[in-house]
Design a protein around this ligand. Structure first.
Ligand code: URA
Length: 217
């Protein structure tokens, strides 16, 4: 037992957030991870939140959607993407021929930033290990990054979504498809611009579907 403690201490000191034990089911850690998130005090965002929003969905998802952070409605109910942007995301998922509970939906930060501002670097640094552990446990076939805030915080980049979308990226060995955040489309006024953005999201989602299909025997 002491030896095991020493080994875990060593990996902890090396900065490891989780260990894959041979033969263990990585999904078994998801419930514990949720419990950890629901008590988190790693950054200031927990002070202003109503509910933590860890994420929800299948624990064997082909796709994990990652947004920026909970908005007002999500904060109120503790569930991701259930406000206006979430309703558009639901339509996208439906158009892909999938059920919402067949995918997993989460955010880069699990507490609502005040007034829906972008999460700050130290807040992302504090929260990102939770996303890493979710992805390690869920092992999706593909990650969809909704918007440039999620994308750039995950990759440590400063891409413009207009330029980077259409490319297939990768995160910790998992294919990553970047696309517009649903709220970006909802904020547009010009009908042609709305149609163009929706079409581009649809192109991106077809890439996602092709990746999932390529996995089937
Ligand atoms: N916008 C996000 O980025 N995430 C949510 O959960 C809701 C809105």
């Amino acid at each position: 037992m002491n030896e095991l403690r020493e080994i875990l201490k060593f990996y902890g000191e090396m900065g490891a957030e989780f260990l894959h034990l041979p033969g263990g089911d990585p999904r078994a850690g998801l419930a514990e991870l949720n419990r950890e998130i629901l008590q988190c005090r790693r950054c200031r965002l927990h002070e202003g939140k109503t509910h933590y929003v860890p994420g929800e969905g299948s624990n064997r998802p082909g796709i994990v959607f990652v947004g920026e952070g909970p908005g007002e409605t999500e904060d109120q109910f503790g569930r991701p993407f259930i406000g206006k942007a979430g309703q558009l995301l639901d339509k996208i998922i439906q158009k892909m021929g999938l059920e919402r509970d067949a995918v997993f939906i989460t955010n880069v930060v699990k507490c609502r930033p005040p007034n829906n501002r972008e999460p700050m670097k130290d807040e992302v640094d504090a929260c990102l290990p939770y996303l890493l552990r979710q992805l390690a446990a869920l092992r999706p076939r593909v990650i969809v990054c909704l918007g440039k805030v999620a994308l750039n915080n995950m990759l440590g980049t400063s891409h413009s979504m207009g330029r980077i979308r259409g490319q297939l990226l990768s995160f910790n060995g998992i294919p990553l498809v970047p696309t517009y955040h649903p709220a970006f489309i909802l904020h547009k006024k010009d009908k042609d611009e709305i149609s163009k953005a929706k079409w581009e999201v649809w192109e991106d989602m077809q890439k996602v579907l092709a990746l999932i299909a390529s996995d089937r025997p």
